[in-house]
Design a protein around this ligand. Structure first.
Ligand code: AOS
Ligand code: ZN
Ligand code: ZN
Length: 388
């Protein structure tokens, strides 16, 4: 087992990116719920993200979504982030919210629509240049509702062509993260339905194209840690969109439905040394807080990832390897379960004390008065939200 000092150092250095869209209003496909004190623009979303970072100490970057976070002056947005101790993270294009994209974006049968989507991807790389973001994070709603609606094979061709153009536009220090999703919004076929399809496209494109694993995008029962281990072994795990799912793409707080699964994923990460910054795995949240207040929900989510990471770091690697070599099935499983069943909260309180932050981040946030301040201060204007 790594000694306590090493474990604590790894936890101090861990970085988790929060998504700008989690700070705005959101809902289900039935209703968007409004909360009070919601940011009205990307600058205020960063103000809220700074709170999550202040109370956790490990969430210093924010993913942006274009056009929801489109501004005239990205240098000013970057400067605002810097003034808050934040950086701007992955840039997420949106090719799913316009009527023209009804039959798809870069896979659309109409070349004019494909050109429009392609241009948006390139615009997002321009934005990366302006913000200093290193990751173009791609998710496509493209797919079919009915057999025969379009050619599955030709759509793969169109997908390859568009990804190639975007990839070739990236600078040497920039990379492409390619997300997959097994269904929704298309219900019969999705053009990037699984990690294998994503991986194949990444192999075609080149080394700076990597797979993005959104934990909510799999069929029930899928062994996500296997996918993680496989991609890590091939150097193609670009990062995560962490969230929790009970049934589909629920986008609930990571670690809420299945903290054990999160631990198993983090075990593969730790085992492969992929927690290190040099491994370049982006640990991002992709969540929507429809019912619960957003800032404490994001703090809770960051802490859930941190707890799973702490447990994964406590796995006795030598004992595990020994038991595995000897074919000691029960012994090997017991090593993992011992780590998982450890109460890491005292250790994490110590880590926070060492970092100079409150050992109980959620309580500290509630005491800070920030929630009351934003409710009082953001009465006018339009709250940010999905589609705005
Ligand atoms: C959609 O299901 C994907 O998870 C996307 O990554 C994301 O939720 C969306 O693009 C919001 O930006
Ligand atoms: Zn996602
Ligand atoms: Zn999703």
């Amino acid at each position: 087992m790594a000694d306590r000092k090493t474990v604590k150092a790894a936890l101090t250095e861990q970085r988790i990116e929060t998504p700008s869209w989690a700070y705005g209003n959101s809902g289900t496909r039935f209703k968007t719920f409004s909360q009070e004190g919601i940011p009205r623009d990307p600058f205020e979303k960063l103000d809220d993200a700074a709170q999550v970072h202040a109370f956790t100490g490990i969430a210093p970057s924010v993913a942006l979504h274009i056009p929801w976070d489109r501004v005239d002056d990205y240098a000013a947005l970057g400067a605002h982030a810097e003034s808050l101790g934040l950086t701007l993270g992955a840039i997420n294009p949106n090719t799913f919210q316009e009527d023209e994209y009804k039959l798809g974006s870069i896979c659309n049968p109409d070349p004019a629509v494909r050109r429009k989507a392609q241009a948006h991807l390139l615009e997002c790389v321009d934005i990366m240049d302006a913000t200093g973001s290193d990751a173009l994070s791609l998710w496509f709603a493209d797919g079919l509702n009915y057999p025969g609606q379009d050619s599955l094979a030709e759509r793969q061709q169109r997908l390859s062509e568009a990804l190639r153009v975007a990839y070739d536009r990236l600078g040497q220090d920039q990379r492409m993260l390619l997300e997959y999703k097994f269904f929704e919004p298309a219900f019969y076929a999705t053009d990037l339905p699984d990690w294998g399809t994503s991986y194949a496209h990444c192999l075609d494109l080149g080394e700076r194209a990597q797979v993005l694993v959104d934990t909510g995008h799999h069929a029930p029962g899928t062994n996500i840690e296997f996918i993680v281990a496989f991609l890590l072994g091939r150097g193609r795990l670009g990062g995560f969109h962490f969230n929790s799912r009970f049934y589909a793409d629920d986008d609930l707080m990571v670690g809420a439905a299945d903290p054990f699964q999160l631990f198993r994923i983090m075990h593969e990460i730790v085992r492969a040394g992929a927690l290190e910054e040099s491994a370049n795995v982006a640990f991002m949240l992709d969540q929507c807080h429809n019912l619960e207040p957003k800032i404490p929900a994001l703090i809770r989510s960051v802490l859930n990832v941190q707890e799973a990471t702490a447990k994964a770091l406590l796995v006795d690697g030598d004992a595990l390897a020994g038991a595995q070599r000897e074919g000691d099935v029960l012994g090997a499983n017991a090593v993992l379960m011992d780590a998982y069943n450890t109460d890491v909260r005292p250790l994490l309180a110590e880590v926070r004390a060492d970092m100079g932050i409150d050992p109980d981040p959620i309580a500290a946030y509630h005491r800070s008065g920030y929630a009351e301040k934003i409710v009082a201060g953001r009465k006018d204007g339009t709250p940010a939200g999905w589609g705005a």
